[in-house]
Design a protein around this ligand. Sequence first.
Ligand code: FAD
Ligand code: NAI
Length: 467
Amino acid sequence: MSYDLVVIGTGPGGYVCAIKAAQLGMKVAVVEKRKTHGGTCLNIGCIPSKALLHASEMFEEASHSFETLGIKTSKPKVDWKAMQAHKDKVIDGNVTGIDYLFKKNKIDVHSGVGRVLGAGRVEVKAEDGSTSIVETKNIVIATGSDVMPLPGIEIDEKTIVSSTGALSLEKVPNRMTVVGAGVIGLELGSVYARLGAEVTVVEFMDKILGPMDADVSKQFMRMLKKQGLKLKLSSKVTAVQKKGRSLEVTVEPAAGEAAAETLDADVVLVAIGRRPYTEGLGLAEAGVELDERGRVKTDNHYKTNVDGIYAIGDVIAGPMLAHKAEDEGVAVAEMLSGQAGHVNYDVIPGVVYTSPEVASVGKTEEELKAEGIKYKSGKFPFSANGRAKAMLHTDGFVKVLADAETDRVLGVHIVGFGAGEMIHEACVLMEFGGSSEDLGRTCHAHPTMSEAVKEAAMATFAKPIHM
Ligand code: FAD
Ligand code: NAI
């Protein structure tokens, strides 16, 4: 059997690419080494983390907001086993959905580790050690990413964990140290803080969520501190030692000039980034070039230096996000079937699913300054929004950045309840090259949190009404 397309890896990049290509009439097969499809995102990433984030947020609401809202209940308790079961059920529902979609689109599944033998040939090594060769016109590499290790600290996924172990801890720890105040550290750190753990986050840089707009980062840091998270900025973890059932974590200033201190923890979560995953793929032998950070090198059409071999998702350059991988999957499938696939990298939203959420699209104020672009900034706080008051979600703000001359919206940054949903009106606006006046003059339903987006836009060219 020869295929039009073989996709290696069935994460959000790979499975979406395979489905789109099949929808466009190609004969498609996928190769996956994991027992279930959906990759990092569905099995050990986006989906399970959101199940725990939601459950822990509900616990927090029930513990602290119900009484103010006039709801009397007995004190809520955490049933960790049931919370884990909820998470596992959500994973299962999602990954079996991919099986269904593969069958529906007549996509062949080859289970095992895929290795590129060269253009047109992929070897599949099954779990029992047997190998087979799949022939194809095109190959898409969508093998994703893996946890970045911290030198000298061995992850056992029990007490010294990566995000994978942190999603399946045996119990809620009393004390947790998180290394890295990035997306994973803050999302999972806040889950355990809400469930009762004393969480300390150690971050190398002098701010949290490094690439985010500094205004957002500062405000969000204040909120996290209020929620009880301890943050140690400009610091690094240099060692973790097992002392009986406890862990002794050595923390040093990032600059290294002061003495080290130690923290006691039951669990240490290492969340210092992820790296492209190309192990065992045979890329060097196949002549496929990698860049200086180990990512598969591609041109603007996702083509590697070898004809007929393409790559998408976390394994290539760009933000390591599921929706970026998915959009690249669609684009490459369209290009392979003769259409004009395209991803607009200027309009890729980023959302941190904490409580409240942080959402961002386009340029930050710091980036605009660095690029010498003249801009106007409009800001509106949720504390002046009626719906936010009704829901007890008044923390945070919307910030709109628009070009000083053309008024074109260049960036929108939101910290607040539902930010991850609200950001999409900014994405659509920016995709169409809209101005802040377009946004500020668009009728928004009342009472909604989204009215804060409209008012922040108004603040760039006139004045907001409610402030
Ligand atoms: P992956 O999802 O990593 O999939 C790659 C697949 O390839 C895997 O199934 C792997 O088994 C398979 N594979 C690898 N090598 C081979 C081989 N040689 N042969 C066969 N199969 C192979 N992103 C978001 O946008 N939103 C979120 O909320 C979010 N939350 C996250 C939470 C956590 C805890 C983590 C770790 C990540 C999160 N991400 C999130 C990032 C997101 O998971 C990734 O960006 C996304 O999964 C990348 O998709 P991908 O298809 O490129 O790769
Ligand atoms: P990250 O890149 O977001 O953050 C890592 C943090 O660790 C950075 O702030 C960095 O300065 C810090 N750091 C690095 N080395 C350190 C050290 N030795 N000591 C202390 N701090 C150190 O990486 P993270 O959180 O691991 O996430 C990996 C990827 O997964 C992200 O790039 C993100 O794209 C994706 N992801 C996305 C989510 C979302 O979209 N909501 C959720 C979770 C993950």
